[in-house]
Design a protein around this ligand. Sequence first.
Ligand SMILES: *[C@@H]1O[C@H](CO)[C@@H](O)[C@H](O)[C@H]1NC(C)=O
Ligand SMILES: *[C@@H]1O[C@H](CO)[C@@H](O)[C@H](O)[C@H]1NC(C)=O
Ligand SMILES: *[C@@H]1O[C@H](CO)[C@@H](O)[C@H](O)[C@H]1NC(C)=O
Length: 292
Amino acid sequence: MAFANDCATFVLSCLLLLGGFGVARDSFACDPKNATTAKLSFCKVSMRVSDRVKDLLGRLTLQEKIRLLVNNAAAVPRLGIKGYEWWSEALHGVSDVGPGTRLGGAFPGATSFPQVITTAASFNATLWEAIGKGHVQQGSCRTHWSPNVNIFRGPRWGRGQETPGEDPMVAGTYAASNVKGLQGNNGDRIKVAACCKHFTAYDLDNWNGVDRFHFNAKSTVSPPVLTLISYGRLYEVNGNSTCTLFQIVSQLGCIIIPNIKLQHLKKQLQMPSKQAWTWTVDLSWRSTVRMQ
Ligand SMILES: *[C@@H]1O[C@H](CO)[C@@H](O)[C@H](O)[C@H]1NC(C)=O
Ligand SMILES: *[C@@H]1O[C@H](CO)[C@@H](O)[C@H](O)[C@H]1NC(C)=O
Ligand SMILES: *[C@@H]1O[C@H](CO)[C@@H](O)[C@H](O)[C@H]1NC(C)=O
């Protein structure tokens, strides 16, 4: 069960590191008031975190490790570990969407910063870090499933506004700055644990019966193409192309449309016959578009 061990090591490292945060809260592990718990090696803050994790892993059964791998991690009462809800969100401010966050009382609400796609457009890493710090100061939870660094490949994906956009370098810089703001800059004493999401190409997944691999090219591609043509911003592309749908929408002057679609557009625009528009579709693009 190498996988369970690796994941448990990560989870437990976070758990132990988070114990160092100075705000007064009920401890969910290593209660200092409990003499039995205090004697356990993994609770000794003077020890190296890696040794504490090793000690704790040695005590947990396989069943206990597995029950720690889900977001609502089960308690391990015999070791003084309470249950923990890992799921909290802070993409552009602490949100009460995650069950791990409870707003109310002294924290009736949290600041809602602008959506990340707009903040990212400032290209200001200092700002991204400052926003991350702002999240932490308003949060009651210790783990955030943030930031979202999926590459925004196309407007078909309904969660693009959560991301820094389609540029991998901007996304990487955004992630580094935002996580630094969230976690703090004090070695392994983190303020909260940030969790960059989601798995690669999540933006193209098949979720809840919604198939994003295939789409109606007529309604998705036509509007931006027609707009571009009417503004005279469309460049002719001969031969194979590796352009993305996003380039069409962002008016980067490049287009790939199946030939059958081209006929449809030409007809719609009543384009002069001498105007030679030659577009070719590359094979990977063709396999993702279903004409309807
Ligand atoms: C102290 O911790 C142990 C587990 O380490 C637990 O069994 C016991 O119930 C705890 N005592 C109190 C008073 O919470
Ligand atoms: C970047 O953001 C920081 C923090 O908000 C701000 O002080 C600074 O003026 C910004 N830089 C630019 C060039 O706008
Ligand atoms: C386009 O790509 C296909 C497959 O790789 C290749 O057979 C064809 O020659 C290419 N066409 C042009 C114009 O480059």
